[in-house]
Design a protein around this ligand. Structure first.
Ligand SMILES: [Zn+2]
Length: 245
């Protein structure tokens, strides 16, 4: 690590639980972010800024004017451009020491195992159930921990799935129904900074996993109408396919 990097990360390196060894572990880490929207923007910017060395973005969408109120890496000049390409550019601008790879395609059950292989942590910043189940199935098969989150209207939620832990549920334990309708921001609306709150918490959980800090099996719920966080204990479902693996 050179002088620029030591100075850049100095406030993080001084923390017990990070230290120089932790910062070096972050520099070696490989994290894939699925979705470059309201959650993916802050997650990508924070993980790049924090020095997570090898980041991959997966998104096939383009920037629209209605995204910009909450997808804070994008400006009016980016309307029509690839979200993954623009976000990767902004992440590199925040930190030239990290690499950002781009998959300008939608994550599906067919390509998920190929796209996610080699990741140490996968971050679900998608906005649909198909992508979450694709992430979940691939991460169970590949034994990769994942940080799931969703935000709509005034509420957000987040939990960590970890196939290496007997206590942690997977996404299918949490949501066994594969045929639910997506709750989209275009239908339900969303408070702009809510995604920043949830995404920041996701970035914290990713760093905790990479630094080897213990992760609780809890669903963290945030309601912006009364500014309350709630924590609900989670457990694997005995009948879930993940338990047989
Ligand atoms: Zn499960």
């Amino acid at each position: 690590m050179n002088d620029d990097q030591l100075l850049r990360y100095s406030r993080q390196i001084m923390l017990p639980g990070v230290d120089l060894d932790g910062q070096l572990a972050l520099a070696d880490a490989r994290v894939t972010i699925v979705g470059a929207g309201g959650l993916g923007n802050p997650v990508g910017l924070y993980l790049a800024a924090a020095g997570v060395g090898h980041l991959t973005l997966v998104d096939d969408d383009t920037v629209e004017l209605s995204n910009i109120a909450r997808q804070i890496a994008y400006t009016d000049q980016d309307v029509g451009a690839s979200k993954a390409v623009v976000l990767a550019r902004e992440m590199r601008r925040r930190n030239p020491h990290v690499t950002v790879a781009v998959h300008s395609r939608r994550l599906t059950s067919e390509n998920a195992a190929d796209v996610l292989a080699g990741s140490q942590v996968v971050v679900d910043c998608s906005d649909n159930y198909a992508a979450r189940f694709a992430i979940n199935d691939a991460c169970i098969a590949l034994a990769i921990p994942s940080v799931f989150a969703a935000a709509t209207a005034w509420q957000g939620q987040i939990f960590v799935a970890n196939p290496a832990s007997a206590e942690h549920p997977c996404y299918e334990c949490f949501n066994p129904s594969r045929d639910e309708l997506d709750a989209s921001c275009s239908r339900n609306g969303i408070l702009g900074p809510l995604v920043g709150v949830i995404a920041s918490q996701q970035a914290v959980e990713v760093l905790r996993l990479l630094l080897g800090l213990p992760t609780a099996a809890v669903l963290q719920l945030y309601d912006a109408r009364d500014s309350q966080w709630h924590r609900i204990a989670m457990a694997p479902r005995a009948a879930c396919p993940c338990r047989g693996k």
